[in-house]
Design a protein around this ligand. Structure first.
Ligand code: DAH
Length: 353
């Protein structure tokens, strides 16, 4: 055997041994890729040994060429086997770490809901919309003309005093935060032609000490019906229908004489306690009845104020506290809860909008 032949043969065997060693030493896929370049690349020992094939005679070249091919495929096989092992291992790890248990409950994204007071307003408004009423709104910052004068409330009335009503700085007692929704009665009468059937929800403000039944900022809902031939019977029938829809079909209502400057006669309406049905309990404070609103026949003074014919038109009006209605309907013991934005409270009122 010539020296050249044994040199090539030795180079090839060395390339095989070194190649297999490098492959064996690779600890992960990245290292294996690098080893592949070093053992099969253009500058690898195998490539060098192949290029020395030209130094041997033609009679030996064929056998050495076959040996070179055999070395190459043994290296390639070793690479492939090792790659398969790594890939299988990697897949196994991904199975372990990325496994998803599709039977676990999903993470529900937080979903908002309608505030219980808004919901209560919608419920009350719905009852009256069903009786042909329309929805009206008025400003929360209101002229005393609308809040008091047009409502027949004299200058010396305690509700007008700055210790009861918030006035706007620089406007004396001419402009303030409305203390009830009744001024919307006047605004509606002013802008509409007779007849008028309207409900008017909105925010009101009073300089009140806050407790379980009083808030400095609260919500009222006003109602007004003015038409030809409206009587107190219409008032009672309409409000009975409202109370039964809201609190229970089999409940009775009663009217107690009262005084409001803008109605004559005036009354407060009680609904039979829906817990004890009249026997007396904690909810109705042993009364058997629960006061839910103020009402009365629209005083002709209001109709004259807006220039409506008081011989032709009569009407009734009512006003209720929305927090109070909501608290009664849902058994909420303190109306401040409606304004604390506590999700433990608010999420209890979730439901279809
Ligand atoms: N505005 C009255 C209040 O805040 C409630 C009220 C009473 C409204 C009688 C009315 C009514 O429309 O007729 O106390």
């Amino acid at each position: 055997m010539s020296d050249a032949v044994s040199d090539v043969r030795g180079g090839l065997e060395e390339a095989r041994a070194e190649g297999l060693n490098k492959i064996e030493a690779a600890a992960d896929l990245a290292a294996l890729e690098e080893a592949q370049i070093r053992v099969l690349g253009r500058k690898a020992p195998l490539a060098r040994a192949r290029s020395s094939l030209k130094d041997v005679g033609a009679e030996d070249r064929k056998a050495l060429g076959m040996l070179a091919n055999e070395v190459q495929s043994s290296i390639q096989d070793a690479l492939d086997r090792k790659r398969e092992t790594f890939e299988a291992h990697e897949l196994e790890q991904r199975w372990a770490t990325e496994r998803v248990d599709v039977t676990l409950p999903g993470e529900a994204p937080p979903v908002g809901s309608i505030h219980p007071l808004t919901r209560t307003i919608w419920e009350i408004v719905d009852v009256f919309i069903g009786m042909g009423y329309r929805l009206y709104e008025g400003p929360e910052v209101e002229l005393s003309t609308y809040s008091f004068d047009a409502l027949r409330t004299p200058k010396e009335h305690p509700s007008r005093s700055p210790s009861d009503t918030f006035y706007i700085e620089g406007k004396g007692d001419a402009v303030g935060l409305r203390s009830h929704t009744s001024p919307v009665q006047i605004r509606t009468l002013e802008t509409e032609e007779p007849p008028v059937y309207g409900v008017m929800p909105g925010r009101c403000y009073r300089r009140d000490e806050q407790d379980a039944t009083h808030l400095a900022g609260f919500t009222q809902l006003e109602g007004l019906a003015v038409d030809e031939g409206i009587t107190m019977g219409d008032l009672k029938g309409s409000l009975l229908e409202f109370a039964r829809t809201m609190f229970g079909r089999d409940l009775d209502v009663r009217l107690r004489p009262h005084f409001f400057p803008f109605t004559e006669p005036s009354a407060e309406m009680d609904v039979q306690c829906f817990i004890c049905r009249g026997d007396g309990c904690r909810v109705c404070k042993q009364e058997g009845w629960i006061e839910i609103l103020g009402c009365g026949m629209v005083h002709p003074f209001l109709l004259e104020w807006v220039g409506w014919d008081t011989e032709k038109y009569t009407g009734f009006a009512f006003g209720m506290g929305v927090e109070r209605v909501a608290a009664l309907a849902h058994g909420v013991p303190d109306i401040r809860y409606f304004w604390e934005n506590d999700l433990r409270m608010l999420t209890q009122f979730r439901g279809p909008a």
